[in-house]
Design a protein around this ligand. Structure first.
Ligand code: FAD
Length: 532
């Protein structure tokens, strides 16, 4: 069962080795163990529903609580300290398109808001009900989880939009195919959520970003159904799919989507390359990307993330062994690790491996083929569970992301990290801050920053610390002309920064566009932009 106040399945616990805890403690100090609010106590705070009885409405307090928050930092604070202050008035789980239409029509008629809900893995407050006099119905699309059609010749498949990552892959694997969209939240996030929040997977160079994967589908809006035919490409005016992608529930509910799929690859392997320092790794990475080599996944970890990844892996013997070996190769405290994946035809992959080896060795890189790439692959969906352990030991963790041109990204990284490192100086609190370049383009790279600090016994104080850090880092991003999100979306946490990016006219045209479909503003109000 999914945890109600943390990440992941209740049955799985990350192995948080004592050495890993000691590593964190050494840098930021001892964390306080602060008891969580119990499920029972939070359930008692769920107010009476303002929605009437209806065959599809579930007014049960636990269901409303389980749909009240996602995975953002403020969401964690609210759930763990028991300060959740808004809940959906009911949760509906429609089973067919007529029921989705019925919910949307009823919302217009009875004046309640609708929040489309996929897996609830949003990290920016996408699915949180607003504090409002208008009741809210959360529409959980979890029953739209079937493979509806597969066109093997065209390598296309149509799915219900509520399908989760693993179920989608299982359904396709039975026919020899893969979707290949692997955000780290893969276990719980859904096709509809990926489309509505423009998500990006780790192996996007081979399989494509969601923009390249999403071909068309069906959206239920308050003004009726919007059918998006699945064209391979079209020059017939603006592409409406681009308004659906990133709509964050404001436009309507996606019930089904047709996507590109790929045959299960004959070859897939992940590797690590160590460099003596960041500059060498950065130069090699840019060369690989700009040479347009066929890696399926690429990532460059800075020295702190390299060190932290090894330390938190809990594999002390392997880490010590690797450390000794790397030091013999003159890779000391400044060393950085690049991870890459090769996917597809074996002959092509082997050729790419040779070319990557050639480039990395020119930048003093050491290729490790056996353990570390595999370790990354095996733990790629379990590392998010570490957030539970850290929280329970008194440490708060959050991430932020953006994208910058190659000419700027390294300097902006330093500036963001500095803003975070010094962000709690007045409180005398230290932070662990580290970054990696997570998705590459020939002209730029996305920057993914993780920061960890101690939480306190007081929910408001912990939240204030986070707000200070988030604001400091976000201001560096926008001041340097970067986007407030490369992959997590806007929701409420990034909303104040969107007008800086889109401009007044841009915001107005976006709002007018969504209001064409939702004139009464019943769809996920308050997300992306505040109501005018
Ligand atoms: C541990 C962790 C790791 C993550 N890693 C990544 C990553 O690698 N890459 C990445 O891009 N993101 C990542 N995320 C963020 C998050 O998983 C994505 O934003 C994801 O796309 C959300 O999908 P979901 O199904 O959970 O959507 P939800 O969180 O349920 O909803 C997100 C938004 O989409 C809307 N929505 C959902 N379903 C529908 C629908 N059927 N119709 C219309 N609107 C809908 C909602 O209203 C909301 O506005 C991560 C999050 C976590 C917690």
């Amino acid at each position: 069962m999914k945890r109600w106040n943390g990440w992941g399945r209740e049955e799985y616990n990350y192995h948080f080795a004592p050495s890993a805890q000691a590593f964190v403690e050494r840098i930021v100090g001892r964390g306080q163990t602060i008891p969580d609010a119990s499920l029972e106590s939070v359930l008692k705070s769920v107010p009476r529903s303002r929605l009437p009885q209806h065959a599809l409405f579930n007014h049960d307090a636990e269901s409303r609580l389980r749909h009240a928050r996602g995975q953002s930092f403020p969401d964690w604070v609210a759930l763990r300290y028991g300060t959740v202050n808004t809940f959906p008035d009911a949760v509906a789980m429609p089973t067919n398109q007529d029921e989705v239409d019925e919910m949307v029509t009823l919302a217009s008629k009875e004046h309640f808001s609708i929040i489309p809900y996929g897996g609830g893995t949003s990290v920016v407050g996408h699915i949180n009900p607003e504090m409002s006099d208008t009741p809210t119905l959360t529409v959980d699309m979890g029953k739209f989880n079937q493979l509806l059609h597969l066109d093997a010749v065209s390598q296309r498949a149509t799915f219900g939009a509520g399908v989760r990552g693993p179920d989608m892959e299982d359904a396709l694997a039975a026919h020899g195919y893969r979707f290949g969209h692997y955000p780290q939240s893969h276990e719980f996030s859904t096709l509809g959520g990926w489309i509505a929040s423009r998500s990006v997977g780790t192996q996007c160079y081979y399989y494509g970003r969601i923009e390249q994967l999403f071909l068309g589908g069906l959206m239920h809006t308050p003004q009726g159904k919007l059918n998006l035919p699945a064209f391979s490409a079209s020059a017939a005016g603006p592409d409406l799919r681009h308004f659906v992608m990133g709509s964050e529930g404001r436009m309507g509910i996606i019930s089904e989507a047709t996507v590109r799929i790929a045959p299960i690859p004959e070859f897939e392997h992940f590797y690590a390359v160590f460099f003596p320092d960041w500059e060498c790794g950065f130069a090699a990475l840019r060369e690989i990307v700009q040479a347009r080599l066929d890696a399926s996944m690429l990532r460059l970890l800075d020295k702190f993330e390299t060190e932290t990844t090894l330390q938190l892996s809990g594999k002390d013997k392997l880490v010590n062994f690797a450390d000794k070996g790397l030091r013999l190769l003159k890779m000391g405290d400044e060393r950085c690790m690049m991870l890459f994946g090769l996917t597809g035809l074996e002959a092509v992959a082997r050729n790419t491996l040779q070319q990557i080896r050639h480039i990395t060795s020119q930048h003093h890189g050491f290729l490790e083929k056996s353990f570390i790439g595999k370790m990354w692959y095996d733990s790629r969906f379990t590392t998010p569970y570490l957030r539970n352990n850290l929280w329970e030991c008194g440490y708060a963790l959050d991430t932020l992301e953006t994208v910058f041109p190659w000419s700027q990204v390294a300097a902006v990284k330093d500036e963001i990290e500095h803003a975070l490192f010094t962000g709690l100086e007045a409180e005398n609190e230290k932070l662990i801050v580290f970054s990696h370049l997570s998705h590459m383009y020939t002209d730029g790279a996305s920057l993914y920053v993780t920061y960890l600090f101690r939480r306190t016994a007081d929910a408001d104080e912990t939240l204030e610390h986070w707000k200070k850090l988030k604001k400091a880092a976000s201001e560096v991003i926008v001041k340097n002309g970067g986007t407030i999100s490369h992959q997590h979306g806007v929701g409420v946490d990034h909303r104040p920064y969107l007008p800086l990016e889109k401009g007044e006219l841009g915001m107005l045209s976006m709002q007018n566009f969504y209001q064409t479909y939702d004139p009464e503003r019943i769809m996920n109000p308050g997300k992306l932009y505040e109501e005018r």
